[in-house]
Design a protein around this ligand. Structure first.
Ligand SMILES: Cc1cc2nc3c(=O)[nH]c(=O)nc-3n(C[C@H](O)[C@H](O)[C@H](O)COP(=O)(O)O)c2cc1C
Length: 186
């Protein structure tokens, strides 16, 4: 079994990276193979709103814009659980996360219960390292994604600089519990 962590900060040693380490530690301690895709390095452009607004995302559940999206999409489809860790930018997902999520949603929401994502666990982390504002609105975007692609909500965790250590422990523990649940369900 495997879990895929999507991260979306350009910084390799910031708050987002600390969250990725905590989540990965929890998953691996629970015997789940956890790999990371850094979306800032994945060459995923924005949706081109093909034709009248829909392209092959609607008919074939694949994106016709050829770039780094296809490789990450394939890995998401193969994962038993998906974890999205984003810095909070403008109270929202960072741009690289938004670009990927927008295109993923189009391909998978249109597949309905036939999507491989349907029924799989999702965990989201919103790292607000500035004012701490926008944690809820960022998580709300993840909640909308979960609904659109019919994933199951494992946990949605937000943190800021003041709650950093407490929340890192919480997300490690939550990820370990997710690993346990994945084994139980297998
Ligand atoms: C364009 C931009 C917008 C940001 N907006 C917010 C925000 O709405 N709320 C907040 O608490 N921090 C905000 N920040 C700060 C980031 O959340 C903070 O730098 C965070 O630690 C980034 O994660 P990193 O350390 O992994 O880079 C913003 C940063 C940038 C670059």
């Amino acid at each position: 079994m495997n879990a895929l962590i999507l991260s979306s900060s350009p910084n390799t040693d910031g708050l987002t990276a600390a969250c990725v380490d905590a989540v990965r530690s929890g998953l691996t301690s629970g015997g789940i193979d956890a790999s990371e895709v850094r979306l800032t390095d994945a060459n995923v452009g924005v949706c081109q709103q093909c034709a009248d607004g829909w392209g092959t995302c609607r008919s074939d559940h694949v994106c016709q814009v050829s770039d780094g999206f296809q490789a990450v999409h394939a890995r998401v489809r193969d994962a038993d659980a998906l974890i999205l860790v984003t810095p909070v930018y403008w109270g929202d997902l960072s741009e690289s996360a938004k670009a990927f999520v927008d295109r993923l949603r189009r391909c998978e929401a249109t597949a309905g219960d036939g999507s491989p994502l349907a029924g799989r666990w999702f965990m989201g982390v919103a790292a607000a390292g500035g004012s701490g504002g926008g944690q809820i609105s960022c998580l709300e975007q993840m909640e909308r994604l979960i609904g659109h692609v019919r994933m199951k909500r494992w946990d949605l965790i937000a943190l800021c600089r003041w709650t950093r250590e407490a929340k890192l422990h919480a997300m490690q523990s939550s990820a370990a519990a997710l690993a346990h649940a994945l084994h139980e369900e297998a």
